[in-house]
Ligand binder design. Structure first.
Ligand code: DGL
Length: 274
């Protein structure tokens, strides 16, 4: 997405960063943001009531995402991170329109596509939800920068439900991973993008399948670096104490477990209707 030069001088460094996803996936991005920017205050919204976004229509995804973006603006966030590929692929334009230049909006696809396009010269595989693959967004955004890269996108819709069911490191999930990664579309890839923020939660299992043969792109780190650069450029890096607040549209055991594992046992989930 073309970045317009914006004036963010009305924002203050102590304001929180708003991050959202359909569920636990965005926590993989939030975790990296916490590591890269340990003083930042974070408000996370997991739309657990409406997941999986990957199976929803564009209209439905736009409806959820614009409501969440408005909620995060009402919470006085100084930046919004769309920590969801399906949301980025289907609702980025609408979220940007709603935000209307008041705060920076960082998404999880464009910074990754740009970096890949300049670093990689081989065939890139992308595994993602149906809603992301149907949009063709990875192919378009990578090839916008480098038209010599071949991009193979594959929808892998069973992975999000398996993760949200807490089936990591489970034989069912191993079979699903094998089924998808052995697809002939991915036969010649040398690089793989995990085009869904849930998938880094299966990183070890995916690495086991490929060994050292395929490089797996660390999207959460790229996104956290992009956010850090935007905040730094606008003098918006917080110097005070951090805090973390979690809102969900439905309280689930899996969300509780994974968010506590990443952010500590003391965190409380707050139920928030959209
Ligand atoms: N984590 C999300 C993504 O990056 C959404 C998964 C889903 O809800 O289907 O696409």
């Amino acid at each position: 997405m073309k970045k317009k030069k914006q004036d963010y001088s009305h924002l203050e460094a102590h304001q929180p960063i708003g991050i959202f996803d359909s569920g636990v996936g965005g926590l993989t991005v939030a975790k990296e943001i916490k590591r890269r920017l340990p003083n930042e205050r974070i408000i996370y919204f997991g739309d657990t009531k409406h997941l999986p976004y990957g199976e929803k229509s564009k209209e439905a995804i736009i409806g959820y995402c614009t409501k969440i973006a408005q909620f995060l603006l009402d919470k006085n966030c100084k930046a919004i991170v769309i920590a969801c590929n399906s949301a980025t692929a289907n609702a980025l334009k609408e979220v940007i329109a709603l935000v209307d230049g008041r705060v920076p909006v960082i998404d999880v696809i464009h910074p990754v596509a740009e970096k890949i396009a300049f670093e990689i010269h081989t065939t890139v595989g992308v595994i993602a939800t149906k809603a992301t693959v149907a949009s063709g967004i990875y192919r378009k955004s990578i090839r916008k920068h480098n038209k010599y890269i071949k991009v193979e996108e594959l929808a892998t819709p069973l992975l999000v439900p398996a993760i949200e069911e807490g089936l990591r490191n489970h034989p069912i999930t191993h079979s699903i991973i094998y089924h998808y990664l052995s697809n002939k579309k991915l036969k010649d890839i040398e690089t793989l993008i995990l085009g869904c923020t849930h998938y880094p939660l299966l990183l070890e299992e995916i690495k086991q399948y490929y060994g050292t043969r395929v490089r797996i792109i660390d999207s959460p780190t790229i996104v956290a670096n992009e956010l850090a650069q935007v905040l730094e450029k606008n003098n918006l890096l917080n110097k005070e104490m951090p805090y973390y607040q979690f809102f969900v549209s439905d309280v689930t055991k899996n969300f509780e477990k994974i968010s506590r594992k990443i952010f500590g046992n003391q965190i409380q989930l707050e139920l928030q209707e959209l």
